[in-house]
Design a protein around this ligand. Structure first.
Ligand SMILES: NC(=O)c1ccc[n+]([C@@H]2O[C@H](COP(=O)([O-])OP(=O)(O)OC[C@H]3O[C@@H](n4cnc5c(N)ncnc54)[C@H](OP(=O)(O)O)[C@@H]3O)[C@@H](O)[C@H]2O)c1
Length: 330
């Protein structure tokens, strides 16, 4: 079984691969003795190196995963051999950490259709991480290219990271991508992510703790947000296991939170009271974005896949409680 994750130099893809690669021992396969395969000729393939880079995670990701992420379900079926796990990237120069973990690296650039047939050669299961391009029209074209190339390359099972709780019959990029995947005839699984908790970054948590006041735009806001570490673990489990064909998972929180609860956890972190106040003068594009998506619906899918509770709000926001200058540096 060959599993590939695209967008592998990104934050979500990197975490998924890190989890899936835990049982691979790259040092046994170094020395340039690997026999070239048919796919090596077709793809720009980088083979595993010695494990000389200690950690593929960013400092922010390490902050959460080292200390607080509970183990949850065991990875009984994770790949054990370097050839089984493949990272799809657009820039192999950025993939040293993946190579060091024993992951094969291939170029699979959504904007360069010539890279896709070779990139997907011999792949059984492909996780398409949705593109980060800011234009949804471009994203849909990129995703369509990947779907077409996967179909042509004989991929059996295509998994896609859309957005949780799509509107029925919606014409947004994720709904249209899912529709095209379903029409392709390949087996599919839709792994729909909830809102990343990262959005709290724009709320000024550091300033709220310093001033004792969290000031937000008025509204009945509820959030089903999730962190990438939980999403990555659930997605990695789905990728490693047999089955899941034809399933759609709403990978959002099982319980929502609001700004009052956020002020409460900020109070715990600050060791002093932080109150929540609504102010109509607060203007930020994030509120227009949040109003367009379903942030209030909940699902037990994520926790069921994880076999544990999702990381709680108090832990999830820790990476965002930093001085504004430090947040901008990331
Ligand atoms: N649920 C949410 O709240 C939420 C929020 C933000 C984004 N998202 C979606 O979730 C996806 C994954 O999140 P993330 O945190 O991993 O984002 P990320 O760190 O920005 O990673 C995005 C990945 O997509 C890759 N990519 C972009 N254009 C590509 C192309 N033309 N060909 C191949 N790969 C390409 C990037 O490659 P490089 O490393 O080369 O740049 C990167 O690896 C995002 O791409 C976005 O669609 C969801």
């Amino acid at each position: 079984m060959k599993i590939m994750v695209t967008g592998a130099t990104g934050r979500l893809g990197g975490l998924i691969l890190q989890l899936l690669a835990e049982r691979i021992q790259p040092e046994r396969h170094t020395g340039g003795v690997r026999t070239p395969t048919e796919c090596d000729v077709a793809a720009d393939v980088r083979t595993p190196l010695k494990r000389d880079v200690a950690d593929v995670r960013s400092p922010q990701e390490r902050l959460i995963t080292d200390a607080q992420t509970p183990p949850g379900r065991h990875f009984a079926h994770a790949p054990t051999h370097p050839g089984q796990l493949i990272a799809g990237v657009r820039n192999p120069e950025q993939a040293a950490r993946l190579l060091a973990r024993g992951i094969e690296v291939r170029v699979a650039d959504y904007d360069r259709p010539d890279t896709l047939p070779g990139g997907f050669c011999g792949i059984n299961k492909l996780l398409l991480i949705s593109s980060s391009h800011p234009d949804d029209g471009v994203r849909l074209e990129q995703h369509s290219r990947v779907i077409h190339a996967a179909q042509e390359a004989g991929v059996k099972h295509l998994l896609y990271t859309g957005f949780a709780f799509p509107r029925p019959g919606g014409k947004d990029v994720h709904s249209l991508t899912e529709q095209r995947i379903a029409e392709s005839g390949m087996a599919y699984t839709f792994l729909r992510s909830g809102l990343y908790t990262d959005f709290v970054e724009v709320l000024g948590l550091w300033q709220a703790m310093a001033s004792g006041e969290l000031v937000t735009a008025p509204g009945e806001w509820r959030f089903n947000s999730v962190i990438r570490e939980d999403l990555a673990q659930a997605m990695a489990l789905v990728l490693a296991e047999d089955g899941h064909e034809g399933r759609s998972y709403e990978l959002a929180a099982a319980r929502t939170w609001g700004f009052t609860e956020l002020a409460e956890v900020l109070s715990q972190h600050a060791g002093r009271e932080v109150r929540h106040r609504e102010d109509p003068a607060v203007q930020h594009w994030i509120y227009a974005f949040l109003a367009k998506i379903n942030t209030g619906a909940t699902s037990s899918d994520l926790e069921q896949l994880l076999g544990r509770q999702a990381v709680p709000l108090a832990e999830s926001i820790k990476p965002f409680i930093r001085p504004p200058a430090e947040l901008q540096e990331r």
